[in-house]
Design a protein around this ligand. Structure first.
Ligand code: ZN
Length: 458
């Protein structure tokens, strides 16, 4: 017998959804907050869809869950999902509430969820994924996530025993999760044209977790992502079950990849513009082949899907290119990936909108994360100009100077939308705007202004 408070919360939650719809407001976490306030164990009593595929991990969650949803939908699976926003318990409650009846029955058989690592404690006791992708675990916001081992332990203690894990063989941290669970590993071989320098500042695992001896890497793609073995004991990276062995990028922002699986080669055309993103496509391949899709079904659907425009947006005008790339602030690995894209492009201007406040009232507790980002990548003749915009501009400039960037290349403004005034199109052919998700509105204004500049330039 379910408690009365559950039905009351369910009714109020449904009412909230109806009201939001009437007011033409976007679906948010709010109905989820309502039900969890009225009934903290709401998720326990709500019926869940029969088959749940979920994604967690530091980077790539949203990209993976968007791909999963698009491909499953394309194959006729009607899925409940939280792709409209919230990946914490309130967002997940809102998603499941939306696709349930007034008696708490699930109206859809399938479900794709993005689940925040920190929410594991509040989600997994009630929502038990059949398949769970863990994209990777690297350091993230100190304020929210403390350090990687802390997050590893949260996941290890809370992921259900019955969940089939899809794990990154090239990540020696997350690949060790839940040793006794069923698991499928994905990975990517070193590519022939790839520079495997691995000279990032941050490496979250350097010693063998079994005997503490130094790890020996056969290759290091970025940060601690690569393949390694212990110099003393037999601890080593697991063998991938789905191993991307080759990739050819095409000008439309996509890639043709070959994935080794079970002694055969599977071929896919995927919406990935860089090697980092290919990990997401490989993870999705491993998850959906495990789910039961055939190679043909997966290949046909991959061909149809595109990169989410809000994260990666390109404009070309009169021989100049403007690229807007989103990276979560306080997440040094994601930010370093962005800088890595810019450093190999000639005649480049970089505009940094990496202030990390939600609005003008809240900023993070410190700027230590700037020192985990590889700003050293910008010490390079390709980079002609670096424009730093936002309230934290002074802190960022200090970091750039520590990296060794000549002072004359740096200019600053406190107001994000004024960054265009500092841009010199005479010296810059490629312009990058790197922005935090919370300053999207400023990025949009700035983008339009720079587009106009490019139109009117010689
Ligand atoms: Zn060892």
């Amino acid at each position: 017998m379910k408690p009365i408070r559950f039905y009351f919360a369910l009714f109020c939650g449904k009412l909230t959804i109806a009201l939001l719809k009437m007011l033409k407001k976007r679906a948010t976490n709010f109905p989820g907050s309502v039900v969890l306030t009225l009934c903290p164990d709401f998720l326990k009593h709500l019926e869940k869809p029969e088959k749940i595929i979920a994604v967690t991990g530091t980077n790539g969650k949203t990209t993976c869950s968007n791909m999963l949803l698009d491909i499953l939908t394309d194959n006729g699976y009607d899925c409940t999902n939280n792709n409209f926003g919230g990946n914490v318990d309130t967002g997940i409650s809102a998603a499941l509430l939306k696709d349930s009846t007034l008696t708490g029955k699930a109206t859809k058989k399938y479900c794709v969820l993005e689940i925040d690592e920190r929410s594991a404690v509040r989600v997994y006791p009630y929502v038990q994924p059949d398949i769970l992708i863990v994209t990777n675990l690297t350091r993230d916001s100190y304020k929210r996530n403390a350090h990687v081992e802390y997050i590893f332990n949260i996941l290890n203690d809370n992921i259900p025993d019955k969940t089939h894990l899809i794990l990154n063989a090239d990540d020696l941290i997350s690949s060790s999760l839940k040793k006794n669970n069923k698991r499928t590993y994905f990975g990517m071989k070193p590519f022939s044209d790839e520079q495997l320098i691995g000279n990032n500042i941050v490496r979250d695992i350097t010693a063998c977790p079994v005997c503490s001896s130094p790890l020996e890497y056969s290759f290091l793609r970025y940060n601690h992502i690569g393949r390694a073995k212990c110099s003393k004991c037999d601890f080593c990276s697991p063998e991938p079950d789905f191993d991307t062995a080759s990739r050819v990028f095409t000008p439309d922002g996509r890639a043709d990849i070959e994935v080794l699986h079970d002694g055969k080669t599977e071929k896919y055309n995927v919406p990935c513009e860089n090697t980092i993103n290919l990990y997401n496509a490989t993870a999705v391949t491993a998850a959906l082949r495990t789910f039961g899709l055939t190679e043909e079904q997966l290949a046909a659907s991959f061909k149809k899907i595109n990169v989410v425009r809000s994260r990666y947006d390109v404009t070309e005008e009169k021989g100049r290119t403007l690229k807007c790339i989103m990276a979560k602030g306080q997440n040094p690995v994601a930010c370093s990936h962005s800088l890595n894209i810019a450093r190999n492009t000639p005649d480049t201007a970089v505009i940094l909108l990496w202030d990390d406040y939600y609005d003008r009232k809240e900023t993070s507790e410190n700027t230590a994360w700037y020192y985990d980002v590889d700003f050293e990548f910008l010490v390079n003749d390709n980079i002609k100009q670096i424009i730093v915009a936002g309230k934290r501009a002074g802190d960022l400039v200090l970091r750039l100077l520590v990296a060794g960037i000549p002072e004359e290349k740096i200019s600053t403004t406190e107001h994000e939308v004024d960054a265009d005034r500092l841009l010199d199109l005479k010296i810059s052919k490629n312009i990058y705007i790197f922005f935090d998700m919370y300053v999207d509105q400023y990025k949009e204004i700035l983008k339009e202004k720079i587009k106009e500049m490019m139109k009117n330039a010689d």
